[in-house]
Write a protein that binds this ligand. Structure first.
Ligand code: ZN
Length: 433
């Protein structure tokens, strides 16, 4: 129980340290470095040693970590977990400053993915992301991560007296209603270049050095344990940093494994995955092939390895809602802290089938973890995840699973402490199998 709570607290710290996909990768790297993983670069040729621990980062927001197995990779294959580093929210547009009433300074933003917009109102918001600076070589811009960990802006609600529909179906307009307020124009605060000046002072660089940025808003407050027995975790970005955290913790704990263990953290799941660091890319296929080549194998060993491999695609799953039970399937009704959720869909928006589920259920049994099932109500279209997308690039048996959660895509999501530990244990079991 103590360990379960500690691991939940670690997740809260992990989410707090990782307000964007860039920071999720940086936080993950720190964990890997502490555990003696060596960074590989895609521009180098790789020499992989059996038992060696390695990782690589792609475009600052995706990461693949692996431990080379002791058995020949062509025979044992890969044990892979896939998860994603990004979360829905707001991205700051270029030239973002907007002045209204000659006094209010607002930021122009664009919605990233599918956040529940109403949850972003009236919350102290901070800003984080990456900034690209001038460099000697234009092909290699200088990249700096930025995290302005102060409540610098807020999206104020409209008073109910001026918005009588507030509780009866108000639909926020993404270009009008959701722009955050940064401040009042004073002599100190000018309407133009305010953000540029803020970035420059935070990074201690000249404003003229800043060429561009990928910046996002995030909730300033840290997550917490909640519930009468503190059985829940309330935090931003549980989808899908809980899987990233569990998977990275599991791979760090691998000491000797027969198969080659892989933890793949993709970006851009929330917007369809089709970028070079998303699941709909060759990233995983390339890394797996390069591992085989690094172990002195060829194309034939690579394909044999794929055929002997297994992927767990780990992403949030919907628990039955306490106030909206009718939204769940009539017979498959996952609950929080009652086990990991196997996701199934007849139209294949999840990769799970009976054979891959049978493998996962047995891994769970060995790890002492219960399983539950999720299917969409037949009159409802559900979401998708990285599993079906990545399995179109590598021919590997795959399953889609997740920990049961509530309020998916809210600025604050909710999951259970037991399930997060269960995720760690079953991934450890996979890596040992
Ligand atoms: Zn997700």
């Amino acid at each position: 129980m103590k360990q379960t709570r500690e691991f939940a607290q670690q997740l809260i710290d992990f989410c707090y340290a990782s307000p964007t996909a860039f920071h999720a990768v940086a936080t993950t790297r720190e964990l890997l470095e502490k555990n003696k993983f060596v960074q590989l670069h895609e521009t180098d040729s790789w020499k992989i040693k059996s038992g060696g621990r390695y990782y690589l980062v792609r475009n600052d927001s995706a990461l693949v970590a692996f431990v080379a197995g002791s058995a020949p990779v062509a025979e044992q294959g890969f044990r892979i977990v896939g998860a994603h580093t990004d979360s829905p929210g707001f991205r700051i547009k270029p030239a973002p400053e907007m002045l209204t009433e000659g006094a209010y300074l607002k930021l122009n933003t664009e919605v990233y993915g599918g956040p529940i917009l109403s949850t972003w109102f009236d919350r102290p918001l901070a800003i984080a992301g990456r900034v690209a600076l001038k460099s000697k070589n234009p092909m290699q811009p200088q990249i700096r991560l930025l995290n302005i960990r102060r409540p610098v802006c807020i999206i104020p609600n409209i008073a109910i007296h001026m918005n009588p529909d507030a509780n009866t179906g108000f639909t926020p307009n993404k270009q009008i209603d959701t722009l955050p307020l940064l401040g009042m124009i004073t002599q100190k605060l000018e309407e133009k270049g305010y953000l540029g000046k803020l970035i420059a002072s935070e990074l201690r660089v000249k404003e003229s050095e800043i060429l561009d940025f990928d910046l996002f808003l995030y909730e300033h407050d840290k997550g917490c344990l909640i519930g009468t027995a503190e059985e829940f975790i309330s935090s931003g970005r549980i989808d899908d940093l809980s899987s990233v955290h569990a998977g990275i913790s599991a791979i760090c704990s691998v000491s000797k494994a027969k198969a080659t263990c892989v933890m793949a953290c993709f970006d851009h799941e929330e917007v369809g995955s089709s970028t070079m660091q998303g699941a709909d890319s060759q990233m995983l296929a390339e890394v797996l092939e390069r591992i085989v080549i690094g172990l002195k194998g060829g194309r034939s060993e690579y394909f044999r390895a794929l055929a002997a491999s297994y992927i767990i695609s780990a992403d949030g799953a919907h628990a039955v809602h306490p106030n909206k039970g009718e939204k769940a399937d009539p017979t498959s009704r996952p609950l929080i802290n009652r086990g990991l959720v196997i996701k199934l869909s007849a139209n294949r928006s999840y990769t799970t089938d009976a054979a891959t589920a049978a493998t996962f259920i047995q891994l769970c049994e060995k790890a002492g973890v219960k399983t539950q099932r999720f299917v969409n109500r037949s009159d409802m279209r559900g979401g998708s995840t990285i599993g079906p997308i990545s399995s179109t690039h590598v021919s590997i048996r795959s399953i889609d699973i997740g920990l049961p959660m509530l309020a998916m895509h809210s600025i604050r999501e909710l999951c259970g402490i037991e399930d997060h530990s269960a995720m760690l244990r079953v991934i450890q079991e996979l890596y040992q199998s």
